[in-house]
Design a binder for this molecule. Sequence first.
Ligand code: C2E
Ligand code: MG
Ligand code: MG
Ligand code: MG
Length: 272
Amino acid sequence: KAKDQGKGKAFVFDRWIEEEHHQQISREAELREAIDKGQISLVYQPIVDLMSSQIVSAEALVRWNHPVRGCVEPGEFIETAERANLMEELGKLVLQIACRDAALWPDPIQVNVNLSPRQLRSGQFPQILADTLAASGLSAERLAIEITENVLLDQDDKTLQQLDTIRGMGVGLILDDFGTGYSSLTYLHKVEVRGIKIDASFTRQLPERKVAAIYRMIARLAMDLNIYVVAEGVEDASQVEWLNRNGIRFAQGYLLGRPMPSPPTSRVEYLA
Ligand code: C2E
Ligand code: MG
Ligand code: MG
Ligand code: MG
């Protein structure tokens, strides 16, 4: 009898694996369709200069407008795209939409686009980037590419070379989610970046003493390296106050602006 039960369990487990596998395949097929049918769109979240309250840039964040599930956030499909070998195409689409949109914004406002490590695999990214910029008419100086440590994990020459080419075109590189990885500091000298974004998990804990010390250390380091700092995940006015007091000039977060279809083009009101 016990043996039968064991068999039953094995059967249930097999079925579960099988179902997971099927679900995976249909999710991939659905995403493939979404790309072809124009269900992918972008929202933009402002990055603000706290000294002037002006918007200096907007980060492009991908969304999937699913016919049944509605607006699906990237946390739910980027991984699928990477596993299904769709990330290069999805990333290219995101880049095209972002550049086309940003070309219509007032001139000083830049656009930040996130890059997945998969997009550097084929070696074609610099060319795709050059073509996209040319087609959109956006000047390279108004585009910044956000990379995380994941992009630099397999830091073969090919990866670093492509990043160098991108920088050579005048496109800025920004280290995203700074401080969350194992060796953020190593990458600071491996790749020449224009800025770093301190991860929201730090901002959230301000003004706790140790976190504040780390934050100040990073800001000081950035100043010495002549790169700028963006505080991510700013949600309340006391955090802005702390950033101002400690000379951190740029910030992004729900307090300053939610992701939206197109960024506001003037000063933002957030202290009122
Ligand atoms: P990220 O690049 O660090 O983007 C910031 C994320 O934090 C966004 O979530 C944004 O909506 C959210 N956020 C901004 N301000 C606040 C705040 O004040 N409080 C809180 N709780 N959250 C805030 P989203 O849009 O869900 O994106 C999540 C991640 O997905 C991004 O993290 C990025 O790693 C990835 N991602 C988004 N779009 C793309 C894309 O086009 N390509 C690639 N490769 N990755 C993308
Ligand atoms: Mg980002
Ligand atoms: Mg980030
Ligand atoms: Mg983050």
